[in-house]
Design a protein around this ligand. Structure first.
Ligand SMILES: Cc1cc2nc3c(=O)[nH]c(=O)nc-3n(C[C@H](O)[C@H](O)[C@H](O)COP(=O)(O)OP(=O)(O)OC[C@H]3O[C@@H](n4cnc5c(N)ncnc54)[C@H](O)[C@@H]3O)c2cc1C
Length: 454
């Protein structure tokens, strides 16, 4: 069955390209059969979601599985507040499917095109210190292992496997189905405006404690940020007419994406313009006052392509880290006009979650596609390193396995479980072999305490 043509595959940012044999199973049975066949034939396979990761996680020169035909809501249990979702389901359509049942995901990131399995596999997160990453919304998973077996795991069943699989970079098996904890869909009130960086930093604790979701984007070479405060409201949705929504979308496409793209192109052609472009972008920040359902409020179209690095640090370290990044950009005169994004995430107990055991601040730096990003990212990564930063798995970083082992108390437990589930390494590519030091011996297990903030 697996003997098709090779096709081109590229990730969203264009940083990863490969020529795999792409297979799109149409049922869970076909998916399990394909994985088992690959296992027997010693073939290597990776799974692609929406291809929005910047790192070579999805790269495959053999088989690439796409679960685009395995999308949809299988079951909703309103009493328990859970929804069973096929792994390939895109977050945007999931939002609409859940809304039809009066339900929603409690938090989301800033786009909604990812697949649910891809998003949880890298620890995708939104913002809000009361909310964990999307992986913490998962209450159970069905995993297809290298042998083609279906294993169910949850807090109650196969707990270690569950804690490892909640963020697993597609290395333990193929996630076929996800049971999510969902909440009643209540409208959110989103207030956004330009503010001063000083105000943001002086009021950081208050803003993040008093609001369900708070984040800000600092524009390099300026004293300005775009700040967003998002909270549940009893008021009715304000943009409920089709025309209202259409107008808001057109506005967002033109101002946030169209004009920003033109400015970005100008900056790519004349990089010395970056400080000016950053200033113009800051001045163009629109004031927003909207009420809508969660997935519509959290998600923004991101049409201007970029590369990104994002790290998680302890929540109370945001101010010094941001101040160091600001000084570094100004000293080195980096040609960057994309804002630095600052968000907050509640700590969790998921083995490879960057928020493991600590309430976290996430800081992300971006560079417009086609512009030199390596020196900028290298300098900023050195700052994150000094603050025991843990990289976002889907975003660019250069961390070595021995450093990751020191940052993640359950690192070797994860490696052990991976080796046990997939001894032949069918779910690995060269990037992942190196990341998990697959060819190096595993240390003897020691018992690990659970993190305090779980
Ligand atoms: C414009 C943009 C905005 C973004 N915004 C945010 C944000 O707000 N917050 C944030 O945290 N991140 C953000 N990201 C990063 C993004 O959410 C993650 O990289 C996410 O993993 C992408 O999901 P995907 O479906 O594209 O997965 P892919 O990138 O296709 O895959 C990611 C990983 O999941 C694995 N995988 C996919 N499906 C399965 C499966 N069924 N079983 C097992 N493994 C699987 C893949 O093998 C791979 O290891 C953003 C990225 C972009 C490009």
């Amino acid at each position: 069955m697996i003997a098709g043509e090779k096709e081109s595959w590229r990730n969203w940012s264009g940083t990863v390209a490969c020529r795999p044999e792409i297979i799109q199973p149409a049922s869970l049975e076909e998916l399990a059969r394909t994985v088992a066949e690959c296992g027997r034939a010693g073939r290597h396979l990776r799974v692609a979601g929406a291809g929005h990761s910047f790192t070579p996680l999805v790269e495959s020169d053999d088989v690439l599985l796409s679960l685009d035909h395995l999308q949809g809501l299988e079951k909703v249990d309103r009493e328990r507040g859970t929804a069973v979702v096929l792994a390939g389901t895109r977050l945007g359509s999931l939002g609409e499917l859940l809304l039809a049942h009066g339900l929603a995901q409690e938090n989301l990131g800033d786009i909604d095109v990812q697949s649910i399995a891809g998003a949880i596999s890298t620890g995708t997160h939104g913002t809000g210190l009361r909310f964990g990453s999307l992986s913490t919304q998962v209450v159970a998973l069905t995993l297809i292992t290298a042998s083609g077996d279906l294993i169910e795991c949850s807090e109650e069943e196969n707990r270690d496997l569950f804690k490892a699989a909640q963020v697993s970079l597609g290395t333990l098996g193929v996630i076929a189905r996800v049971t999510l904890r969902v909440v009643p869909a209540r409208p959110l009130h989103y207030i956004g405006r330009r503010a001063s960086l000083e105000d943001c930093l002086d009021n950081l604790e208050r803003y993040r404690e008093e609001n369900e979701h708070f984040e800000f984007f600092w524009f390099p070479y300026t004293p300005w940020v775009q700040a967003k405060w998002i909270n549940t409201t009893e008021e009715a949705v304000r943009q409920n007419s089709r025309w209202g929504r259409l107008w808001s979308n057109v506005n967002q496409l033109m101002l946030e994406n169209g004009v920003f793209w033109l400015l970005s192109e100008a900056n790519r052609l004349v990089p010395t313009l970056s400080a000016t472009v950053s200033r113009i972008s800051a001045l163009g920040v629109a004031s927003v006052d909207e009420i809508d359902y969660p997935h519509r409020i959290f998600a923004t179209p991101r049409l201007v392509r970029f590369v990104e690095m994002e790290y998680s640090i302890a929540a109370d370290q945001l101010r010094p880290v941001l101040e160091e990044i600001r000084a570094c950009i100004e000293e080195q005169r980096f040609k960057v006009h994309f804002p630095v994004e600052c968000r907050f995430v509640k700590g969790d107990d998921i083995w490879l979650s960057p928020a493991y055991g600590r309430d976290s601040a996430y800081v992300a730096v971006h560079m417009y596609k086609g512009m030199e990003y390596k020196p900028y990212f290298r300098h900023v990564e050195a700052i994150f390193r000094r603050y025991e930063g843990r990289p976002h798995w889907g975003k660019i970083h250069t961390r070595r396995p021995e450093e990751l082992a020191a940052l993640y108390p359950r690192w070797h437990d994860f490696r052990r479980l991976r080796a046990q589930l997939d001894p032949q390494g069918i779910f690995l590519n060269p990037y992942l072999r190196e990341l998990f030091a697959v060819d190096e011996p595993l240390p003897t297990p020691t018992s690990q305490p659970e993190p305090a903030s779980s």
